[in-house]
Design a protein around this ligand. Structure first.
Ligand SMILES: Nc1nc2c(ncn2[C@@H]2O[C@H](COP(=O)(O)OP(=O)(O)OP(=O)(O)O)[C@@H](O)[C@H]2O)c(=O)[nH]1
Ligand SMILES: [Mg+2]
Length: 325
């Protein structure tokens, strides 16, 4: 039962969290290591908030505010570390927008990326809802020719359609290095070519829509939570019922054992009483028999005395006494 108490506490926390998070918009990135996830969010923030590097840089999720109540959440992505997966899953569960980052220079989508997209989609209330809150961002745009990019993009969109069931989501092509260089060196053409401003405009323009969707998302999340709670309660109920059944069976067995003991005792006592009664009757019969014999003896003695001649009767007491002796 203690476990159940902590489950209820956990449930309360989750409900509070859903309510709390319903006021904020979370734009969460996803993708494999070194595809430029953190760089992309730094570009959007115009500041180097998230750590960037050629080795694994992002080890846990971090938030930064893009505008009022709108947060960019930088993640290590799924499958970065088994222990981080639980954190990543909680992060994706509350995402209003998933920005999936891929570097086409490396090639098509890796099977891990397909798996990640499917895993994240499964955390949303429905597939339809997920694809309306998903966009794909190709980084390192400056490193790949337009032709190559077009053919890889075609293949990637086909793979997502076939293996994840998604289509018609927005796709952006960006260069973080160009954007950051353009901003640093005040070169508007670099900024313009980077594609970052289109992405930023798309995100900011959609905030109102996501806020409206939020109510739907919140309801669905609550429903999902309720469903989980219902099945948990049902499971607990079955466990408790099983315990009650086992106890009841034990009690029945004990009751049967005690009943058998009482029956044995009762039978024993009854038998003893019957035996006593029989013996009592026998004793009574014997006593009567003795009394009768005694009476018969006396009568016979008296008759004998009566039958004696009179001179002998004078000595009767003496005779009887001497006979008795
Ligand atoms: N040339 C070029 N380099 C980029 C671009 N985007 C990111 N980089 C570089 O790619 C490397 C990895 O970038 P990160 O932003 O740290 O990648 P990440 O996906 O966040 O990596 P993890 O946090 O380790 O998962 C860094 O050296 C960035 O400077 C881009 O568009 N063009
Ligand atoms: Mg990172």
């Amino acid at each position: 039962m203690r476990n159940f108490d902590s489950y209820v506490e956990d449930l309360k926390r989750k409900i509070e969290q859903i309510k709390r998070e319903s006021t904020n918009i979370y734009i969460v990135n996803a993708g494999r290591m070194n595809h430029g996830k953190s760089s992309l969010f730094n570009s959007l923030l115009d500041e180097e908030i998230f750590k960037v590097g050629d080795i694994r840089m992002t080890k846990s999720r971090q938030d930064a505010m893009l505008s009022n109540n709108v947060y960019l959440v930088d993640t290590p992505g799924l499958d970065a570390d088994e222990n981080d997966d639980a954190v990543a899953i909680e992060t994706y569960k509350k995402a209003n927008m998933v920005v999936f980052v891929h570097t086409p220079e490396i090639g098509e989508l890796h099977k891990d990326e397909i798996n990640s997209i499917n895993k994240i989609a499964s955390l949303f209330p429905s597939k339809d809802y997920f694809w309306k809150h998903f966009c794909l961002v190709f980084t390192f745009k400056e490193k790949i020719s337009e032709e190559n990019l077009a053919s890889i993009k075609f293949k990637i969109l086909q793979d997502i359609k076939i293996h994840c069931g998604g289509e018609n989501f927005p796709v952006f092509e960006v260069s973080n290095s160009r954007y950051q260089k353009g901003r640093k060196e005040n070169k508007p053409r670099f900024v313009e070519l980077s594609g970052i401003e289109e992405l930023k405009a798309f995100l900011l323009n959609n905030i109102k829509i996501w806020q409206q969707d939020m109510a739907v998302l919140q309801n669905k999340r609550m429903e999902k939570l309720k469903e989980e709670a219902r099945s948990e309660v049902l499971q607990k109920r079955c466990q408790v019922q099983r315990l009650i059944d086992i106890k009841r069976e034990k009690n029945n067995n004990e009751e049967n054992r005690l009943n058998a003991l009482v029956d044995d005792f009762y039978n024993g006592v009854t038998e003893l009483v019957n035996l006593y009664c029989r013996k009592y009757d026998e004793a009574k019969n014997l006593e009567n028999e003795i009394k009768n014999l005694d009476k018969q003896h006396r009568d016979e003695v008296n008759n004998f005395i009566e039958s004696l001649p009179s001179w002998r009767r004078e000595f009767k007491d003496y005779t009887i006494e001497s006979e008795n002796n």
